[in-house]
Ligand binder design. Structure first.
Ligand code: ZN
Length: 170
């Protein structure tokens, strides 16, 4: 198992549409293990493969600490096949954009079809935080970040803050 460096906003891999996984014969279980390991190490609740520089449609989520006992999943090629009309606003952050948080409006509930790491089909329905995490991580597979999901005004504020944080790091 290995903890990987988490790519940060500005890295092109985060803006690239990730590829479907078609070959389940090798490597996938070690990718999933590394993703969980990297996520736990960063104290995150979700991670998408592009965040460790792998442009494949794989996500992991673990919300067991957030009182969601069933919400530990590794999903391959996930698709949102239904989403509720009802939406919910809550504050979001992202391991690839450390230091920034903003209120993001998401569907309250979603249904997702995907494959498990062995290639077996899975379907799950989620609401609240679990639904939010699924939408956030699946966005990553399309090169979308949470800062794209806020108003233009808020995005400008966020980008300003991000530049300031980056400058302080140097
Ligand atoms: Zn993220």
């Amino acid at each position: 198992m290995a903890v990987h460096e988490i790519r940060e906003m500005g890295d092109p891999v985060l803006r690239t549409e990730a590829e479907d996984v078609e070959d389940f014969s090798g490597g996938l279980s070690s990718l999933v293990r590394d993703m969980f390991e990297t996520m736990y190490n960063a104290e995150g609740i979700g991670l998408a493969a592009p965040q460790i520089g792998v442009s494949k449609r794989v996500i992991v989520i673990d919300l067991r600490r957030e009182d969601e006992p069933d919400a530990q999943v590794a999903l391959v090629n996930p698709n949102i096949v239904w989403s509720s009309d009802e939406t919910e606003k809550a504050t979001e952050g992202c391991l690839s954009i450390p230091g920034l948080e903003e209120v993001v409006q998401r569907h309250l509930a979603v249904r997702v079809e995907a494959l498990d790491p062995k290639g077996e089909p899975v379907e799950l329905e989620a609401d609240d935080l679990f639904a939010r995490a699924l939408q956030h991580e699946i966005d990553h597979l399309d090169g979308v970040l949470f800062v794209d999901r806020v108003s233009a005004f808020k995005r400008r504020m966020l980008m300003k803050k991000w530049k300031k944080l980056q400058a302080e790091e140097e």
